[in-house]
Write a new protein. Structure first.
Length: 530
């Protein structure tokens, strides 16, 4: 069992390679123009293959000295060892004194724990019956719709996967999500559905999440309008607290248990992913898990200089902790990945938003970046102006899908245009446009300054050959392992989220009037009653 208070969990600033990186920063770095001019093969040399993904690090501010120092830092921090201990089920979540068991969800039948296999089999049985039109509701109607109620990890991962894999989904089954306590959100999710042919999944690890339970009350009222007392028979529960679900009347055969040691933001492979399995089928769901497992294995075994997840994490450390770049923009050039940025926001910012090391010392360095983004060409017409010419340097992840899922001329043309835009933005950010280059185009002198681009803006390109269950699983697992690897470098715990728990407790205290009166609530009451 790993000692979570061992030296690797101390402040990273105590390690020699950290000081070496600070010295390299202070000495000044070559521009990206200079790096490419001195090394024409840089694009190929700094390309990395990770399963079916291609990762291009060449437009980051990396030279051999920085790469060597970063790699040695990962070795000194035993990042591969931490990823391996995570995969092996050792105690890596120190503040909660338990493992982080999400990778066990992705194991094959011969290696996964028996309870995980049993739950997956139950999921597959239900999904197969729904997809075959054999699952009937309380009145005998065929089930044709699922509405999952959940927030955070109970929503973002499954919603991303259902949306991303829509071309693989059953055409006659509707999958919807509701994540907000706002009644309008639930109303939209239920709009046009028939209670007799709809199942509602209440997804909450603790089964105490106020947003989910409030939505469940509303969903039960809607179900009762069409089913009467049989409404509860159309409710499924996904939880690590099955007794609480049973206490609310959910039938034990409708409860799917998730391991308590699986964090919500890492839980897609669990029963949280039930709507994904129903949408794309058990076989495709297994392909997604297989893709995740491949990247898990690579991340826990390859040395740091060949390990894609660790190399990306080291770039994050270099940008955030040494170069002072406080945010990361994530821009997928694929409509089907439009929910990727919201999913990554939770994964990264909940995991890396920590101000203390595992051993309770000060990390003495910035930790996680602010993560934000939008899909490709939409982003270009929204916030790329700031990224190109603003005063902050913002690293960008550019994610591209080379081949469209649908093989027709229009889809192929669209994929080509998207990849052209991705490549153009990567070069424009890296190389910019000098005043002399602008003048050479015949631009009036009074406009030269406005049309000069500083360049030297870093980006990483990640290319998928196509968007399939397997490559989506690989992409998700790559970012998961990247996030955990950055935490290992910084000596922080990526698996707890005490800030989230504090907010939930304070809201509950205000609701039950056990906390001091809130001036904001007093003002809201006055506005409501006026």
């Amino acid at each position: 069992m790993v000692d979570v208070n061992a030296a690797p969990n101390e402040s990273p600033t105590t390690f020699p390679c950290w000081r070496a990186l600070a010295d390299l920063r202070d000495a000044g770095r070559p521009t990206l123009r200079d790096l490419f001019a001195s090394d024409p093969d840089r694009g190929d040399r700094l390309g990395t293959v990770c399963a079916d993904l291609w990762i291009d690090r060449s437009r980051q501010h990396l030279d051999e000295a920085v790469l060597d120092a970063l790699t040695h830092l990962a070795e000194q921090r035993d990042v591969v060892g931490f990823l391996r201990r995570t995969a092996d089920g050792e105690v890596v979540n120190g503040s909660e004194k338990r493992p982080a068991s999400h990778q066990a969800l992705r194991l094959g039948r011969d290696a996964a724990p028996s309870d995980i296999v049993a739950t997956r089999d139950r999921m597959a049985t239900l999904a197969t019956a729904i997809r075959a039109g054999e699952e009937k509701g309380a009145t005998g109607s065929t089930i044709t719709a699922l509405v999952q109620l959940g927030i955070g990890g109970s929503h973002l991962g499954p919603a991303l996967a259902v949306d991303a894999l829509a071309p693989f989904a059953h055409p006659d089954i509707e999958i919807r999500f509701s994540s907000s306590v706002d009644a309008d959100d639930l109303a939209e999710a239920l709009d046009g559905l028939d209670p007799a042919s709809t199942l509602v999944i209440a997804c909450s690890k603790s089964f105490t999440t106020i947003e989910t339970l409030t939505a469940l009350d509303g969903a039960l009222a809607w179900l009762a309008g069409g089913l009467g007392d049989a409404a509860i028979n159309h409710v499924l529960a996904v939880t690590a607290a099955p007794e609480r679900a049973k206490a609310l009347g959910v039938d034990v055969n409708r409860i799917y248990e998730i391991p308590v040691a699986v964090g919500g933001r890492f839980s897609l492979g669990s029963a949280v992913g039930l709507p994904v399995m129903v949408a794309i089928g058990p076989e495709a769901f297994d392909e997604m898990l297989d893709g995740m497992r491949v990247v898990d294995n690579l991340s826990a075994t390859e040395p740091p200089d060949e390990n894609a997840a660790i190399q990306l994490a080291l770039i994050d450390v270099w940008n955030r902790c040494h170069l002072g770049r406080s945010s990361l923009a994530v821009v997928p050039y694929a409509h089907r990945l439009r929910l990727f940025a919201p999913w990554l926001q939770q994964l990264s910012m909940e995991s890396l938003g920590k101000g203390t090391c595992e051993n309770e010392s000060d990390p003495e360095t910035p930790t996680g970046p602010t993560v934000w983004g939008a899909t490709g060409t939409d982003a270009q017409h929204a916030f790329f102006q700031l990224i190109h010419q603003g005063t902050d340097v913002i690293p960008v992840d550019l994610i591209g899908v080379v081949r469209p899922t649908v093989d027709d001329a229009r889809s192929s043309k669209g994929a080509e245009v998207l990849m052209t835009n991705l490549a153009a933005q990567a070069d424009a950010l890296a190389f910019g446009r000098t005043a002399d280059e602008v003048r050479a185009d015949g631009v009036d002198e009074d406009l030269v300054a406005h049309r000069t681009f500083p360049g030297n803006r870093p980006s990483t390109a990640i290319l998928l050959s196509e968007l399939t269950p397997s490559t989506l699983g690989q992409l998700i697992a790559l970012y998961e392992n990247r996030t955990v690897a950055m935490a290992a470098v910084l000596g922080i715990n990526p698996f707890d989220q005490w800030g989230v728990e504090l907010g939930k407790k304070m809201a509950l205290d205000l609701a039950n009037e056990s906390a001091p009166e809130s001036a904001l609530l007093r003002r809201a009451s006055a506005l409501r009653d006026s």
